[in-house]
Design a protein around this ligand. Sequence first.
Ligand SMILES: [Zn+2]
Length: 486
Amino acid sequence: MSESFDWAFPGLNQHQFISSANLLALRNGGQVEPACSLYDSDDDKEENDNLNDASDTGSVNTNHVQQISDSGHSKLKRKFLDCLAELAANDKGARFVACSGMREREDEVTLWISRNEGFRASDYGAFGRLGVLLGKLASTNGESQYAAEMWREMLTYYGSRLASTYIPNVRSSLKDCEYLFHGHQNDEFSPVRLRLLEFHKLVFETNSPDQALMDRQSVLATRAYELRMMKLVRELLQTSSHSTPRTKKLWEGICFLGRLRMAFETFNNIALNLPSFKKVTIIPVPREIATQKALPSPLNLEQTFDLLNVSLDASTVKKVIGQRWTVPKAKQSFGGLQKQKLNVHAEMQMILHLSKTEEMFDRLFPYFGCSKYSCFMCWHFLQAYSKIRTRGCHGRLFKPWSVPQVSGMTPGSPEKTSKALIQLQERLKKELKAEIKKGISQEKTSVVGGSSVFTNYDAGSARRKAEIERMRMKSEQDRVAEAFRR
Ligand SMILES: [Zn+2]
């Protein structure tokens, strides 16, 4: 018997959930908490910092590193899953943010990939071939013919991102840093300057007519990968006394251009090391659960403040949203967000898809690969839902985030989803109330029976929430009645 999820679980309210999230998204540009990374070793952290494409997440510092235990090949599997998600993100922008998951059996591996805006017909073919090639590599102990085929397949799939973004970025950064390679200083970095100068020549060389575009991209991506693996290059560009914002940008550009080759090396590595990779199936998660329309009759700003037991005025708006906010500006921005469509992120698509088909969630490798850090909402949902983690969290809350109605779930999944959403709903309110709480913490006199989250709770609060819900239902009924009259 399958079950459905539809936001009707006791204690869960989609209007209140989305209003709280949208209110929090106004504070500090949606940066709710500092970024954090799951990686603990220096190498991985550096790599992770650089590869968390900040194009639409803003620039954030990784100042909180959590640790997870590593056993067997789990580090290699995590890296593989991140690389697979990066490959699936074969164009720039939030639409292409991707996620990957894995179930490993003794003699076969099943992989799922999801992407914010789903997949095209051609993606299914490309990932079908990639699965077969990984299997052949594992079965033949790394036969070079299959490795070469896989590299070509990857270049074909990712070529437009190399051509449209990564190669032009490196070109422009190299131009900005020319002074650095022509320096005549004789120091420990001299050999590195020479390597960078050679790379510069290669990047600016005009295409010879008989060189195919793919061959050129192959050379550039491979050279960038080699540079990226050289400690001295990183030192010169990132941390030495010669480093400037421009050289740091060049380092970042080299890392991004080398990313595809890094994925290739990781794919090779895992196929050679894990016997289970002799049979690999990669399943792109279908796009049936895509963007939803905004909720009809959304709560207004006063009603959303009421949910926090706070009246809306010039002072509370500063406490809840930020010092520079006024009531009219908050009303306008909040109203705008409430009208936007609701997004189902790649991580959530993955969870919902697996809740339909994967009865034993526990058999999954407890890690989702991601092409970027997870957002505040996905990260905290995953923490509440399961043991599954991702590479890190950028701590930001973006456009309206939601979970759609889903049918055909395995028994227990809707309840599990609802409970995780309720935890997230509480978390949102706690964040929203944090600054207000600071203002009243002096008055707190006693806490009975453990911690109390809401110190200014009063008996009227439940009644007020019920009243807001009643008014919202009324306006929804009016809206539907109005629609029928037309
Ligand atoms: Zn997300």
